[in-house]
Design a protein around this ligand. Structure first.
Ligand code: PLP
Length: 366
């Protein structure tokens, strides 16, 4: 078996050997040992965001989109209206999901390089009393932009509405404190800042919101109320759980605690980002976002077409050196992305920068 490449992507990403090793055993999904593992998973997920006193953790099989779809299907009722705050592809996806579920959906849009403006949210909520829920993407992975969670949460709660937070690419690294920040439901997945393997999403939800949602979801599988009641009844999953993914995520959560929690992880990712940015600038690459609004999660760089660099050959040359980068996802500019997350530190980024320098020399000489 060849060695794993270094994944500079927003997930699946590079995981630690301990996390991968945790997948080497079989588990009976209805056995007490796995029921205990599931209980540990749910407790640890809550603890990451200090939600023990206010929320419950509801894991769900599938990718991140599955948990977003389940949350919208379950928590937005047929007489509710969802306002989605959009500055990238994942906000747009929530509108698509809401419409597919037959729900009333409105949106406010910003340019991809502009953060959500809380004042415009306040204005929209004042203007339309029929809006019951607001959805925000914490870190828009499309660009890596950070949206102002605290300010939006205060405005939404102050207006008496519910907030759904897509924290897919922030949970476990960027600060989310449910004991002080009013968020009805936080949605995230196993394979980003928690550094688990893909296959599992989860929601941290206020129990009254789930209680109200009995029978609301038009889908059997994407029903967070039924999924929650299943766990509460006997600690078991309703349908076949991805047992190895659960085992890996519990191990990854233990490692997060050992590292010092989200604060320490944030510091490591910030160091990765700073190392990357300084090196890429030395090599003549420009960051797409203003640094003031950039989260240390994933960095978007312009692809300098005037230097004859195209994404495919650039990607392939780096892949041949063991580094997998990510294409851009912008509607406007030619870009590529480099993730700063995963079981990586600045030494990995220093090696990446040497590979980028070498790649640029070869491609520009061609
Ligand atoms: C902010 C955000 N939301 C939702 C998703 C969707 O997750 P998945 O691709 O696992 O379905 C992603 C994936 O990158 C994301 O970054």
């Amino acid at each position: 078996m060849s060695e794993s490449p270094i994944l500079l992507t927003p997930g699946p990403l590079t995981t630690s050997i301990e996390t991968r090793r945790a997948m080497l055993r079989d588990w009976g999904s209805r056995d007490p040992a796995f029921i205990a593992l599931t209980a540990e998973l749910r407790a640890r997920l809550l603890a990451v965001a200090r939600g023990e006193g206010t929320h419950v953790a509801v894991p769900l099989q599938g990718s991140g989109t599955f948990i977003v779809e389940a949350a919208i299907a379950t928590l937005i009722g047929p007489t509710d209206k969802l306002l989605v705050l959009i500055n990238g592809a994942y906000g747009e996806r929530m509108v698509t999901i809401g419409k597919r579920m037959g729900r009333a959906v409105e949106a406010i849009r910003w340019a991809e390089d502009r953060p959500v403006e809380p004042a415009r949210v306040a204005e929209a909520l004042r203007a339309d009393p029929s809006i019951t829920h607001v959805a925000l993407v914490h870190c828009e992975t499309t660009t890596g932009i950070l949206n102002p969670l605290e300010d939006v949460a205060a405005i939404v709660a102050g207006a008496g509405r519910a907030l759904l937070l897509d924290a897919m690419s922030s949970f476990g690294a960027l600060p989310i404190d449910l004991s002080t920040t009013p968020v009805t439901a936080v949605l995230a997945s196993s394979n980003k800042c928690l550094e688990g393997v893909p296959g599992l999403g989860f929601a941290l939800v206020e129990p009254p919101a789930l209680e109200r949602a009995k029978g609301v979801s038009p889908s059997l599988s994407f029903d967070l109320h039924a999924q929650w009641k299943g766990f509460e009844a006997d600690g078991q999953w309703r349908f076949t759980p991805p047992v190895q993914v659960v085992a890996a995520l519990v191990e990854a959560l233990r490692l997060l605690e050992t590292e010092g929690g989200p604060k320490a992880r944030h510091a490591r990712y910030s160091d990765n980002f700073r190392t990357l940015l300084a090196g890429m600038r030395r090599l003549g690459f420009e960051l797409f976002l203003d640094e003031a609004v950039q989260a240390p999660i994933i960095a978007t760089f312009h692809l300098p077409a005037d230097r004859g660099l195209a994404f495919r050959p650039f990607y392939e040359a780096l892949a041949a050196r063991g580094f997998l980068i990510y294409p851009g996802k912008l509607t406007q500019a030619e870009t590529f992305r480099i993730g700063c997350i995963g079981a990586l530190d600045r030494h990995d980024f220093e090696r990446l920068l040497e590979a980028v320098a070498e790649t640029v020399r070869v491609l520009e000489a061609a």
